[in-house]
Design a protein around this ligand. Sequence first.
Ligand SMILES: C[S@@+](CC[C@H](N)C(=O)[O-])C[C@H]1O[C@@H](n2cnc3c(N)ncnc32)[C@H](O)[C@@H]1O
Length: 433
Amino acid sequence: MAQRGPAAPRRSAGLVSDRWRPPSKAPRSKATASRPGSSRRGPTASSPPPDAHGVAARRVALEALLRIDQEGGYANLVLPGVLARSGLDERDRAFVTELVYGTTRMQRACDWLVDRFVMRDLDAPTRAILRLGAYQLVFLETPPHAAVSATVGVAPPRTRGLVNAVLRRVSEAARVWPDEATRLSYPDWILERLTQDLGAERAVAALEAMDERAASVERDDGYHQDPASQWVAAEVCAEPGERVLDLCAGPGGKATLMAGSGALVVATDSRPVRSGLVAENVRRLGLDNVAVLTADGARSPFAPASFDRVLVDAPCSGLGSLRRRADARWRIEPTDVDDLTGLQRSLLHEAATLVRPGGTLVYSVCTFTDAETVGIDEWLSATHPEFEAVMPPGEPWQPHGRGALLLPQPADSVSGATDGMFLLRLVRAASTR
Ligand SMILES: C[S@@+](CC[C@H](N)C(=O)[O-])C[C@H]1O[C@@H](n2cnc3c(N)ncnc32)[C@H](O)[C@@H]1O
């Protein structure tokens, strides 16, 4: 079977710059990738000089990439500050966002593309510049003369020759990937774990989907939230007048959506900064039926059986939302999964006591490891037999244990990609045993 080429961002989502367009065609296959002598020519000695806008945008992108890579900054926190100081217009900011998120996601693939032509150790800025150039050439399909000249323009004089020579070779060379994890640009363990838990076909499709840019989806009230998260909140089925607890609520996306039902929503989070975000969102949306509290969900301050419905949208490895968190794939460790399952059990154990007889408990995570999905389900059914599973939602969700899995790849040709999720809905027996 021919190995497909790297997934390139497909949707424009309002991110189009005058000076940049998202690629219009599907990713190239290995067999059709550009080769020396093909119609895609590299820059020549007579390449036009780089345009000032292009260089300025790439310089801002480089600053963000270095802060993410060298200082351990989170992409979603670093980028807004760098953009705010940049003086760039809206279109160039969108271009920089694409460059930073895309280069960060495709870092491993870009390193492989570059390292074939580099014979010495690279310092951090040169490595980042070459990644940036390779991302444009291969994943954005920026015309080589523009990508190379504008990227060389951000390099200091001492490395310009090297950057120019390497990027020209990258633009001309065939792309034959050494393995799937490099092509998809993930650490080996993520590909291996998802292949084991989902099967190779579903795992590769999920990982490809998460190499793409996530479109921003706005709710009717103006809050931006992925459809998958909205569906989870809807599955809690909050009713007017009910008491609903969102045990892990920060930043408040699901709590504020559930509040639309007319239920009284109590939103807790153990981290003050996260409960602060919930409070801010509640205020901004003008909701008067959400109470916000900082509290450890594993040792909650509430009396047993005080809620009609409890949502445990638990902290997890986040492997289902990697397209939104560009740098997360390089941060998560395999051992994190085991640590998180301990916390997930503690939260569910506490949540189970807080649901009134006949009430509903919903568990959700934005990941797909067996340990955090069916593993938790098995533990829950053994530890809390007083809870019975309710029929899981149908398409695009897929049955998974007693719950349902939503994979990030589009379910069919008309659906869009979403975050990946697992959802388990249970009802507590009316008479407590
Ligand atoms: C997946 S996020 C929740 C997202 C949120 N429900 C939403 O839709 O906006 C998980 C949250 O759990 C919180 N958390 C982690 N440990 C916790 C604990 N022991 N008790 C309560 N919340 C916790 C994290 O701070 C994080 O905000």
